[in-house]
Design a protein around this ligand. Structure first.
Ligand SMILES: Nc1ncnc2c1ncn2[C@@H]1O[C@H](COP(=O)(O)OP(=O)(O)OP(=O)(O)O)[C@@H](O)[C@H]1O
Ligand SMILES: [Mg+2]
Length: 294
């Protein structure tokens, strides 16, 4: 297909989504993409445990696992999700059939590779999927998207389409360099969603502050991108133990120092800055997601 024909197809798809009857102008749900430059810095564990902390503040949370190929959220949650969003196109399956219920009323949707096939679907199929998922715009306060590692096009699409982005790094120089590369890619695409930073696995407060200071300073100075500091999470053996037990940290070790750090960050997400901004919700997310897909 020529580039122009493909662009036209995309425009038609997007306008059909926006005109869909289930889509309202404003949404309740805030879509937050959790990402990093380097892999293995703690995204999945942070996402699951922040969801639990938000749920403890009476917030309704849906987690979408957008990590292609690796069912990481399932493993951390200790639950299984047999379906992904493409199964919505199968006879009779509804969104309620493909959602897994986690602890504290959290709902979990496995995106799987299905997410990356969305742009290849017919308008009717795409509309069906989007209209099912947008039912969550009336339910969820927060939709947390756990991405895979690296600055691939796939990951960037989730970053660009979100209402807010949480960037995770550790104090390791490689992780900081890769986090900066992610901010650079985001700046290169004219990203506009607020970027928030979490430094995971810090040994002490000074180490956390040094990383925050460094990344905030260079991003502002060289990329003109402001980053908000959400704080840090301590290096904690309880996290490793919880992962091994396949019980989320906040449930296995609620009094652990890392649990307290995550609760503190969740408090800022639930009640802090930027909360006045009207979220675009999952409907807005899909609209932007398809826009960036090409
Ligand atoms: N605060 C912490 N203290 C100690 N260990 C931690 C901490 N956070 C994460 N870890 C360790 O790092 C491992 C990787 O975490 P996780 O799977 O959440 O990373 P990820 O960024 O999602 O990885 P990927 O990029 O592969 O998706 C965990 O299994 C755990 O052992
Ligand atoms: Mg992960």
């Amino acid at each position: 297909m020529s580039d122009q024909a493909e662009k036209l197809r995309q425009m038609t798809l997007r306008s059909s989504i926006v005109k869909s009857p289930v889509i309202k102008k404003s949404a309740k749900s805030r879509v937050i993409t959790v990402t990093s430059g380097k892999g293995g810095v703690g995204k999945t564990n942070f996402t699951v445990n922040m969801a639990l902390a938000l749920a403890a503040f009476d917030k309704k949370v849906l987690i979408i696992d957008a990590d292609l190929g690796m069912a990481n959220v399932e493993v951390v949650f200790g639950c299984s999700a047999p379906y992904n969003i493409l199964n919505l196109l199968e006879d009779g399956l509804k969104i309620t059939d493909i959602i897994t219920d986690g602890p504290r009323g959290i709902k979990f949707l496995a995106g799987g590779s299905g997410i990356y096939h969305l742009a290849n679907l017919s308008a009717a199929h795409l509309n069906h999927i989007v209209s099912q998922i947008t039912l969550f715009d009336n339910w969820a306060d927060f939709i947390l998207i756990d991405t895979g590692a690296g600055i691939s096009r796939n990951v960037l699409n989730f970053v660009m389409a979100a209402d807010q982005v949480i960037l995770i790094t550790t104090p390791e120089p490689t992780a900081i360099t890769d986090a900066y590369a992610m901010v650079k890619a985001y700046a290169g695409q004219n990203g506009s969603a607020p970027l928030k930073l979490v430094v995971n696995r810090v040994f002490d407060r000074d180490e956390g502050e040094m990383v925050v200071d460094k990344l905030m300073r260079v991003s502002q100075r060289f990329l003109n991108i402001p980053i908000e500091n959400l704080g840090y999470v301590y290096e904690d053996r309880c996290m490793v133990k919880a992962v091994k037990q396949q019980i989320p940290l906040l449930l296995a070790f609620p009094e652990a120092i890392s649990s307290k750090c995550i609760e503190n960050i969740a408090k800022q997400i639930a009640f802090g800055k930027n909360m006045q901004q009207q979220p675009l919700g999952i409907k807005g997310f899909f609209y932007k997601f398809l826009e960036y897909m090409y």
